[in-house]
Design a binder for this molecule. Structure first.
Ligand SMILES: N[C@@H](CCC(=O)N[C@@H](CS)C(=O)NCC(=O)O)C(=O)O
Length: 268
């Protein structure tokens, strides 16, 4: 791992790091906020379509709240990148749009193994480099990253003590933010659908979801289907629809404090 940059931030350090990933076969960049007084608790923040590690790091406003609770926050990239890697002209496919699955289909299968990256390669690097507590992890994300947070938590039960999401894609097997991409990557959108995973497996960790009532992509998110699955499963969840908010980082930053406080409570 090598350091790209370090900036003092809320008494702690906002770093950007590069490391080699076996899962993606590339170098990967990630941001990591280290508070001045770290407790060992870690929050993984998965970003949405078109994002890099940088969007949430610079716009979500998580660091100040994380500093108050001693939480380390990791901001992974949304896919492997490179001129020699497969990509697509659409903004919601290929580089910047991994949907956090392990691709099995060509041409994606070699590099687009983001489930493995987020749950194996990146934690291995982060836990080796920083003094953190593997038993105190939580996960959150925005939009496609919310889909990542929900599905990875349900596919890896027990790993994350709490789960949250901002305007997550909740029912991708019924959405054009999901069907084309998950079909191309894996051939099986239903296997990576949070609503189906909730109905079939459930989630044992506490869950907080915020979505804006004026989200311009709300028809693609499937929030109602997911809420129904939560109800059927009697899962522990708070799902809030926040009046007037859209899909942007103005929305994410408004509720960032609530999400950090929610995770801090469960990581204590
Ligand atoms: N560019 C797309 C929208 C993509 C988009 O809204 N991406 C969200 C995540 S799904 C995001 O976080 N964008 C980056 C940002 O706001 O900094 C469009 O115009 O339809």
């Amino acid at each position: 791992m090598r350091i790209v940059s370090e900036n003092r931030c809320f008494g702690g350090t906002q770093g950007v790091h590069v490391h080699a990933s076996e899962a993606t076969g590339t170098e990967m960049t990630f941001g990591l906020f280290r508070p001045e007084y770290p407790t060992g608790a870690v929050l993984w923040y998965l970003s949405g379509l078109t994002c890099t590690h940088e969007n949430a790091m610079t716009k979500a406003g998580l660091q100040g709240w994380a500093a108050e609770t001693g939480m380390t926050v990791v901001f992974p990239d949304t896919s492997p990148r490179g001129a020699d890697l497969p990509d697509d002209d659409a903004f919601d496919m290929g580089q910047g749009a991994s949907f956090y699955v392990d691709a099995t289909e060509e041409p994606w299968a070699r590099n687009f193994r983001m489930e493995r990256y987020i749950t194996a390669d990146l934690p291995e690097t982060v836990f080796a480099a920083f003094d953190l507590d593997e038993t105190r992890q939580a996960i959150t994300g925005h939009s496609m990253g919310g889909h990542g947070a929900l599905t990875l938590a349900m596919k890896h039960p027990g790993r994350y003590r709490s789960v949250s999401a901002f305007s997550p894609i909740c029912n991708p097997s019924e959405s054009d933010w999901g069907v084309p991409q998950l079909t191309a990557y894996t051939g099986d959108p239903k296997a990576h659908d949070a609503t189906i995973l909730m109905a079939e497996r459930g989630l044992s960790a506490p869950l907080l979801i915020d979505t804006g009532t004026d989200d311009q992509f709300r028809d693609k998110l499937g929030t109602a289907a997911f809420a129904q699955a939560v109800g059927t499963r009697h899962a522990e969840a708070v799902i809030r629809q926040q009046r007037g908010y859209d899909h942007s980082y103005f929305f994410v930053s408004t509720f960032a404090a609530d999400h950090v406080a929610f995770h801090a409570e469960h990581l204590a």
